[in-house]
Design a protein around this ligand. Structure first.
Ligand SMILES: [Zn+2]
Length: 341
């Protein structure tokens, strides 16, 4: 087969995947809302479906936040675990991918319960094969995620101890070598102060967590250290890592925290939208508008409200505007980029 034909086949395979994906299991992709980018921020627990993304990496949808799975000769590494109610369904889906080898690692991208709700059950069903004494999978996260889950300041109730990370890091970067490739964790405070994305370097797939979602405006949790400028910095960092598709090879694919598999163009478009929204709220703040005035001003989200306004769901345009307003009027401002490009 000529190189040209191989490239054509690769390109069409990538297209099929972006248009809905090859599902493992009986599900009809056309009937699956997640495959069409319609996943609401918090999906009720239901059958969990599996989509092959690229290389070793799969995406599990239908358990709250999207879950990424690296599957290979060492077993399974998960990025996030979905909501608590879906734990058993996620485990069942993982077992169809790896019937013999266990989950060895869970990496968390944020403390939010729809991303970490399955930590407890799924970690206990796994173990580290290299460690004879291991009785569960390692749960690894940035230390600020453990701080949120253990809630030492008492402002919110802590999560149960078995859901907490068992291992933490405090550096900007942490690498886990698994299934023949590094999974590179990059801490990028964004929707919360713990946001971390994971780059599977050989498979060329990024699990973005809530730094990049394509269902709604960014789900910024101000009380948990979230900031619009952190989200923008994170999106710009993602765009530095992502290599676009060209005629020679497929490009980097991105598993968002919520929504459908994306590529460079999707992330760039979202970054531009977030930048415009930030600038419009900043303009209103500069003009002395109150929060109530900003929330009532339909011009601010005019062309984006339909697409990203959450359709009355758990994360609405008004909630997003309030978070951004609080960020931009807070003093002192956090030490994150004001540029966001
Ligand atoms: Zn999320």
């Amino acid at each position: 087969m000529s190189r040209h034909v191989i490239n054509l086949l690769a390109a069409s395979a990538a297209m099929v995947m972006l248009l809905g994906g090859t599902f493992v299991g009986a599900a009809d992709p056309a009937a699956d809302p997640a495959a069409q980018g319609e996943t609401p921020a918090s999906v009720a627990s239901g059958p969990v479906k599996v989509l092959h993304v690229q290389g070793n990496v799969y995406m599990l949808v239908g358990a709250g936040a999207n879950i990424a799975a690296s599957v290979g000769e060492q077993g399974v590494l998960l990025v996030d675990t979905g909501n608590e109610a879906s734990s058993e369904a996620v485990l069942a889906a993982v077992r169809t991918l790896s019937p013999k080898l266990p989950v060895q690692y869970i990496l968390n991208t944020t403390h939010k319960p729809d991303h970490t709700g399955g930590n407890d059950v799924i970690a206990k069903a796994g173990r580290r094969l290299v460690d004879a004494d291991s009785t569960q999978a390692v749960i690894l996260s940035h230390e600020s995620i453990l701080n949120r889950m253990s809630a030492p300041d008492g402002r919110v109730p802590p999560r149960p101890v078995p859901a907490w990370p068992t291992d933490t890091f405090f550096t900007q970067r942490k690498e886990v070598y698994f299934n023949g490739e590094p999974a590179i964790m990059s801490h990028q405070p964004g929707s919360t102060d713990g946001d971390t994305y994971v780059f599977f370097r050989r498979s060329d797939v990024i699990a973005a967590g809530d730094l990049y979602i394509n269902t709604t405006f960014p789900e910024i949790n101000v009380e948990a250290g979230g900031h619009i400028n952190g989200v923008l910095k994170g999106l710009n960092d993602l765009l530095e890592v992502i290599i676009p598709r060209n005629n020679e090879e497929d490009g980097t694919l991105v598993i968002p925290g919520h929504g459908r598999v994306a590529d460079e163009l999707d992330v760039a478009e979202y970054r531009d939208m977030v930048t415009i929204m930030r600038d419009r709220v900043q303009d209103a703040v500069t003009r002395g508008q109150t929060l109530a005035q900003v929330k009532a001003d339909k011009r601010i989200a005019l062309e984006y409200d339909e697409r990203y306004g959450g359709k009355g769901g758990p994360w609405t345009t008004e909630m997003f505007l309030e978070a951004v307003y609080k960020n931009l009027t807070a003093k002192p401002s956090p030490a994150v980029s004001k540029e966001g490009r």
